[in-house]
Design a protein around this ligand. Structure first.
Ligand code: ARG
Length: 285
């Protein structure tokens, strides 16, 4: 085994970094009406059965995991006929208490947007904005420190990027996705803390890869096998990283960088093309 003593420079600061968790507030929606009845991404096969009871148990486990980590979980009421509503990440983007609502690309999910806006208005959020252009919430808009990374290519309209910057008051960094399996930014890139990301370079255009490489030189580059189980669809509080249990390689890499991986099994939600992050909307401020 190569000893760090043989090359002192490999004993990097990151290996010894003490990661700090901060308490989060999340919005989740119990998968009471979850099903795969239509196909709007390559993961969805309506002919493959979904075990809804198992989906609910796995989701309860995810919720219990957040609570045990000290986070606060709010609940959005599930609506019959909206089988993808469990993926709350797509319903809004919330920064400093401002709520940028979503506008869905596909008619099947369109009605979820109003359910989210109503929830935020009812919860006392004063600035809830109905957007003009298609944006699928935190599926494509990921807050990293002071900037918002904004995906496009499959779902979110590129014109929504400027709209998000104006509404949220943060600079937006546009990124273009190229692989239909990674149709939302949060399937190809995970935000670990205010300066650290994990990502799959192959999921982006060469120009976007360049942007990410120069902005995040210390990023964790995920292995394609971990990305292929939606390992990057992870939720971090700065220290604990809740990720799909099948993404064992990524979990080991995270541990080596001082994070604490927290594996969860969401096999049923994966059939709809989502993982832990898709089922979790962060409420900031
Ligand atoms: N079936 C859903 C769709 O295709 C899955 C959404 C996953 N959400 C996410 N944040 N990536 O829209």
């Amino acid at each position: 085994m190569t000893s760090v003593l043989s090359n002192p420079s490999t004993a990097t600061a990151t290996e010894r970094t003490e990661r700090t968790a901060t308490r989060r507030r999340y919005l989740m929606c119990r998968p009471e009406h979850f099903a795969v009845e239509y196909s709007i991404n390559p993961w969805m096969h309506p002919d493959v059965g979904v075990d809804r009871d198992l989906a609910i148990r796995q989701w309860e486990e995810l919720r219990a995991t957040y609570v045990s980590l000290g986070h606060r979980v709010e609940l959005l009421d599930p609506v019959p006929g909206l089988p993808d509503m469990v993926y709350t990440a797509n319903g809004a983007t919330v920064v400093d208490g401002t709520v940028l609502g979503a506008r869905f690309r596909h008619a099947e999910r369109a009605a979820e947007a109003a359910a989210h806006r109503d929830w935020f208005s009812g919860a006392g959020f004063e600035r809830v904005v109905e957007p003009r252009f298609v944006n699928e919430g935190e599926g494509d808009l990921l807050v990293v420190g002071d900037v918002v990374l904004a995906g496009t290519g499959f779902r979110t309209d590129p014109r929504a990027h400027a709209e998000a910057a104006a509404v949220l008051g943060r600079p937006v960094l546009p990124l273009e996705l190229v692989d239909p399996r990674y149709y939302h930014l949060d399937t190809a890139l995970a935000v670990l803390d205010d300066t650290t990301i994990a990502w799959l370079p192959e999921a982006f255009t060469p120009a976007s890869r360049q942007v990410l490489r120069s902005r995040f030189p210390d990023a964790i580059v995920a292995d394609p096998t971990d990305a292929a189980v939606l390992g990057l669809n992870a939720v971090s509080d700065g220290r604990h990283v809740v990720l799909p249990a099948q993404a064992t390689g990524l979990a080991a890499t995270l541990a080596g960088r001082g994070f604490t991986p927290v594996p969860v099994d969401l096999s049923e939600l994966l059939k709809g093309g989502g993982g832990p992050k898709c089922a979790t909307l962060e409420i900031r401020g």
